[in-house]
Design a binder for this molecule. Structure first.
Ligand code: HEM
Length: 127
């Protein structure tokens, strides 16, 4: 059964596991390494807050950082189509890593695809 609030479907514990698995992959991805900080602990903390509210849970991100304005917050990074693809691949692999599957995964991932595409703000770099 799918809850009306997707956050209740995954829960705090699994969401935290997912974000740790995700940034472990981000930290090893050649296209993503150059734009992320070396120490990802603060990034993980913020992303857990954001994903909690993105999935309909408590507004943890807004409470601490104000309006998300996600596209604006990403403007000073070069988000190319290839980087968006890399981000999504890391996420799909992280979902595999923690054994997230079924209808919940399908719905959540589709939403992340839309948000990731919305973040693109630069063309791919020429070879
Ligand atoms: C922060 C890259 C997509 C949510 C960041 C940061 C980078 C980045 C470099 C800064 C990390 C830091 O300094 O701590 C990317 C790339 C994406 C992408 C390459 C590919 C499309 C997304 C998506 C979401 C998201 C789809 C949400 C569903 C966030 C959040 C933060 C963040 C919540 C923290 C914002 C803050 O510091 O206030 N992202 N991102 N990102 N990203 Fe993304």
């Amino acid at each position: 059964r799918i809850s009306k609030i997707p956050y209740e479907e995954i829960g705090a514990e699994k969401l935290s596991q997912l974000m740790h698995a995700f940034y472990k992959r981000v930290s090893k991805h050649p296209l993503l390494i150059p734009i992320f900080p070396e120490d990802l602990s603060e990034t993980i903390r913020k992303q857990i807050q954001f994903q909690t509210q993105y999935l309909g849970g408590p507004n943890l991100f807004t409470e601490e950082h104000g309006h998300p304005m996600m596209r604006a917050r990403h403007m000073h990074f070069n988000i190319t189509p290839d980087r968006a693809q890399a981000w999504l691949e890391c996420m799909a692999s992280a979902m595999d890593d923690i054994g997230l599957d079924g209808k919940f995964r399908e719905i959540y991932y589709k939403r992340l695809v839309m948000t990731a595409h919305h973040m693109i703000n630069a063309p791919n770099e020429e070879e």
